[in-house]
Design a protein around this ligand. Sequence first.
Ligand code: ZN
Length: 232
Amino acid sequence: MAGSFERSAWEFDLGRHTITQVAIVAAGLEQLSEPELVCLELAWDALLAGTIPVGAVVVDADGQIIASGRNAVYGQPDPRLLCGSRLAHAEINALMWLPVDRRLSDCRLVTSLEPCQLCVGALRMATVGALTFVGADPVNGTAWVLESARYVGHRPVSVTGPSSGPADRLAAGLALAYTLSRDPASAFTIAARERSPELTGAADALIEAGVFAMAASRMTWDQAALKLLAAV
Ligand SMILES: [Zn+2]
């Protein structure tokens, strides 16, 4: 597709990200790769845009980011993204721009949060050969499908995740904080609290620390990450 990589320019500001990485390495995220750190920053961008904080990138065999996206289910429309749809997940917004003239089994989808069933299917149909996610999703996470579904059997997908410690709690807690706040009595919220007291506790801690006020004040990620890491 002609426009496949024209999105690259907007996808992330490498200069800004370098500053962010320097700031957060000292705060407990040093185990994360550069693409994983970019995903967290994209997740923050999503929250600033008024939607579920999840970010995703696709890296090639050399580890270079060739596509990226963020959740855009809610919030203001953005012409660079699939927006205002229940299907506008971060992973879809990264995968949908990949070229179709070759298979991408040497590429990896990296996400801030364990993909749902929709996005696991999209990864497979996009021919991407590997998945890395930072935070676990105790309710909608479906990475296990990649190890069991018949349609991936003849072309296995390598799965890595979730991360451990503060990275898991921060990435998962961000997304959970959004959904728990949006509907505290939903079936999702009840299931999340039952299945993962640790991650929902991290989400509660982020809310207590003022994550939504930080987003409302347009705090930059390098500033917010330090405060949020201290909370989880
Ligand atoms: Zn999804």
